[in-house]
Write a protein that binds this ligand. Structure first.
Ligand code: PLP
Length: 359
């Protein structure tokens, strides 16, 4: 197996892939694969229900929240959220922390009035704002933030208290990587392809009152109410992806749950940040130390030439996905839940060896 540091789609636990392989052709004696089965069948309904209840259990989702499995990726949520929740005369407030927040803001602007509650553009998005920097208008429809900026490599360590104004978080790149007080949020959403399984399904966790009363002009597929009422079976769901998510959730549970995941992730990430910080400036972390992400580690070398050489040599040694995003440049290691500690140990060692050869 490669040392997979891809940003997304990303590593899936080996045990999960093996289990899916075993069940691939004949799911529980049905004589067919799960992907060939009716989504109205009892077997698939079990998968759908189990994925939803495991999500509730592992993430501590209160009973007054809906868990939905939708299609169209997190990018569709950038549009669906304002379509359903942005009210006339009540601007949608956004925290601007980089590339993904920017996309969410652009979509909301197409739907209605937006305001920037805080922005770290002046710091090239290499940090997240402190809570005191976030200013939300009292009449805001909601406040949206990106809990982890996958490209820049920054992550919120704490979340603002928004009172009656719903707090919405794009957790695409850090959902289930650490415990979160879900009751602080109106909506949490995430594309599955980083911490939850393969692409094709998007998890939306929404407080019940917000999933009701969308403007009547919105077509059925874009209304949360439709999916909430139908338990995510309004139309044909991405059944194979939901099944894979259910296996990943079982894997997280078997590992001890989300708090254990957080510790594991911190142990993994420390190896790489230590290699950066202990390099005497040979490697330079991109994000401000206090805003550093536990999921996406961004760093640079002295020249682009050296960075290209790093990527090339790393690939020769079995590492995948270390080239940084083109917007930021440099290098990025994505260390999601499924990335094994051994991969991070190998990367830290490779970084030290590379420095010895080129420092
Ligand atoms: N939000 C964040 C933080 C992401 O990292 C990504 C994808 O990488 C997206 C949104 C977009 O997700 P999707 O490709 O599922 O639309």
């Amino acid at each position: 197996r490669a040392y997979n540091f891809n940003a997304g789609p990303a590593a899936i636990p080996l045990e999960v892939l093996q289990q899916a392989q075993e069940q691939f052709v004949d799911y529980h004696g049905a004589g067919m694969s799960i992907m060939e089965m009716s989504h109205r069948s009892a077997l698939y309904e079990d998968v759908n229900n189990e994925a939803q209840s495991l999500m509730r259990e592992l993430f501590g989702i209160p009973n007054n929240y809906k868990v939905m499995f939708l299609q169209g990726g997190a990018s569709t949520q950038f549009a669906m959220l304002p379509m359903n929740l942005l009210r006339e005369g009540q601007p949608a407030a956004y925290v601007h922390t980089g590339a993904w927040a920017d996309k969410a803001i652009k979509e909301a602007k197409l739907i209605g009035e937006t305001v920037i509650a805080a922005s770290t553009a002046d710091d090239k998005f290499m940090r997240v704002p402190s809570l005191s920097e976030i200013v939300v208008p009292a009449n805001a429809s909601y406040l949206h933030l990106t809990s982890n900026e996958t490209i820049g490599g920054t992550q919120f360590q704490e979340f603002p208290d928004t009172g009656n104004i719903p707090l919405i978080a794009d957790m695409s790149s850090d959902i289930l990587s650490r415990p979160v007080d879900v009751s602080k949020f109106g909506v949490i959403y995430a594309g599955a392809q980083k911490n939850l399984g393969p692409s094709g399904v998007t998890v939306v966790i929404m407080r019940e009152d917000l999933a009701q009363g969308s403007p009547k002009s919105i077509p059925a597929m874009f209304r949360y109410e439709t999916h909430a009422k139908a338990k995510s079976l309004y139309n044909t769901p991405p059944s194979f992806s939901v099944y894979m998510v259910s296996l990943v959730l079982k894997w997280i549970k078997a590992k001890g749950g989300v708090a254990q995941m957080e510790q594991y992730n911190r142990d993994k990430t420390k190896l790489i940040y230590d290699a950066i910080d202990g390099s005497g400036g040979f490697y330079k972390g991109c994000a401000d130390a206090k805003s550093r992400s536990v999921m996406n580690i961004t760093f640079r070398l002295g020249s682009e030439e050296l960075e290209n050489q790093f990527v090339k040599e790393s690939e020769q040694q079995g590492f995948v996905g270390l080239k940084g995003h083109r917007d930021v440049g440099g290098l990025r290691a994505s260390t999601y839940n499924a990335v094994p500690l051994e991969s991070c140990q190998a990367l830290a060692q490779f970084m030290k060896d590379f420095q010895q050869r080129n420092g």
